[in-house]
Design a protein around this ligand. Structure first.
Ligand SMILES: *Cc1c(COP(=O)(O)O)cnc(C)c1O
Length: 465
């Protein structure tokens, strides 16, 4: 298995260098040169199988010969040992034919733990085997940062620097990043939006001198290993609902398009996926592109689902590569136009190809709250605002009779107490682990929204110099 860039001008790499590189040298994103196919028999074998078994089977073809199967099996087992639910990603029934896939039982209470716990161990393993160290930089709209810091804290081969938009994450999200005391983790509060943070990270990767100096590695969802690791739960959920005998629909609260792209990957690998619903909040660039084929950025609006307050969805580039039938020059053209004019226009057949598998729905703040209240009333269950966006969108999906719909529950409600309080009039139940964390002192480094300032901070505080 080799990985190629969506922009076509970077050397193809095997799995491990792809994992360590994050972004490709030509500014593109790595994708596998082909999609491995799982047999019907393999899919049938997933019924009743544990999450770890499915992860090992689904992910191994992506690793090629870079990681020994026995070592990978150990890494998978360790990665999910810290989850608080034995099923890792339990499926809960709501209405008839509608299910909630709970992805928030990891250490930082959001779905990003599922991929990050695996990625950190794969990366640490690769670096130690090579006798190398690396500097990880990542931008977070709230949940990635905590998940990365939790997964990498105390690991010897890496320093971690996380950039977050100051004032735009919840207290719990911030404290998950700022309370760990390990010397190898650093949290930078940037005077800007998430898109600014993401642009800073991209700029650091495009600065080849800096990139080499600190041996930069990325853990944002542009890292192929993140997307890859998220495919597992599409398979476990579908298997519980009778796959491969019946197709299944999924509704995915979407920001950077990483999680839902993992659903696309699962479909390419042979999982019968009926529809993939792109659920967005009022930052609805992905819903707009499906209507008119015009991808055009607007101002980011702050909402109660901050992890989806994104206008430039990085992983959409991976789908564009597919929709153009892997036409790298055309994808490069799109990305150049986006950087230059803030927009590009897709061809009709490209939009049609997208519509063959995807739907999109925009869910506003009132509908999000209404959905949270409705679920509390009917199922006595608190859900977080991101999950509510996904659920509201799921209800607008049109699926053939008898095809079940799975809404991805991407965060625990305790992570967003203000939104929960606004919807229910009382705050969420806070797990003991989180209450204890809220009493710890914080370490935050405010930085200017400027590349030079961030690079100076990393040079001064990292251990690569
Ligand atoms: C990151 C995140 C999302 C968006 O996921 P993408 O992969 O960026 O589309 C949705 N919900 C929560 C809670 C998140 O943390």
């Amino acid at each position: 298995m080799e990985y190629i860039s969506t922009r076509g001008r970077a050397t193809a790499l095997s799995f491990e260098p792809t994992l360590l590189a994050g972004l490709a040298g030509d500014g593109g994103l790595y994708v596998p040169d082909h999609w491995p196919k799982l047999s019907r028999q393999t899919l049938e074998g997933f019924r009743g199988a544990g999450f770890q078994h499915v992860a090992k089977t689904v992910l191994m073809p992506f690793l090629g010969s870079d990681v020994r199967p026995e070592r990978f099996a150990e890494i998978v087992d360790e990665a999910y040992a810290g989850f608080s639910h034995a099923d890792i990603a339990p499926l809960v029934a709501l209405d008839d034919g509608h299910y909630l896939l709970e992805l928030f039982h990891g250490p930082t209470l959001a779905f990003k733990d599922v991929a990050m716990q695996l990625l950190a161990r794969l990366m640490d393993d690769a670096l130690r085997r090579r006798g190398q160290r690396a500097t990880i930089v990542g931008a977070t709209s709230g949940d990635t940062g905590g998940a990365a810091i939790e997964a990498f804290r105390g690991r010897d081969a890496v320093d971690v620097f996380i950039l977050y938009p100051q004032g735009r994450v919840s207290d719990i999200q911030r404290m998950q990043m700022t309370t760990p005391t390990d010397a190898n983790v650093h949290t930078l509060a940037v005077d800007g939006t998430f898109d600014d943070c993401q642009a800073l990270v991209k700029a650091m990767f495009n600065d080849s001198e800096f990139r080499q100096e600190v041996n930069l590695a990325g853990v944002n969802s542009i890292n192929w290993a993140r997307v890859m690791a998220q495919t597992t739960y599409y398979f476990t959920a579908a298997a519980q609902l009778g796959s491969p005998d019946t197709p299944v629909g999924f509704s995915v609260p979407t920001g950077n398009f990483g999680d839902i792209f993992a659903g696309y990957v699962a479909a390419q690998m042979g999982l019968p996926v009926a529809r993939l619903m792109i659920a967005t909040n009022v930052n609805d660039i992905l819903a707009r592109v499906m209507q008119a084929g015009i991808y055009e950025t607007e101002e980011v609006i702050a909402t109660s689902s901050p992890s989806m307050d994104i206008q430039v969805s990085s992983n959409f580039e991976r789908l564009l590569f597919e929709l153009t039938r892997r036409d790298a020059p055309r994808v490069s053209g799109f990305m150049n136009a986006l950087a230059r004019d803030g927009r590009f226009e897709m061809a009709e057949d490209e939009v049609a190809l997208m519509s063959a598998l995807f739907d999109a729905a925009r869910v506003d703040e009132a509908q999000t709250q209404e959905t949270m209240r409705d679920v509390l009333k009917r199922f006595d269950m608190q859900i977080d605002p991101h999950t509510a966006v996904g659920l509201a969108a799921a209800r607008r999906a049109v699926l053939p009779d008898g095809v079940p719909m799975v809404s991805l529950a991407t965060a625990h409600p305790a992570k967003f107490p203000a939104a929960v309080e606004a919807a229910f009039g009382t705050g969420p139940d806070i797990p003991a682990r989180v209450r204890e964390m809220m009493t710890q002192p914080e370490r935050i480094s405010p930085v200017e929204n400027a590349l030079g300032a961030v690079q100076t901070f990393i040079r001064q505080n990292g251990r690569m110099g």
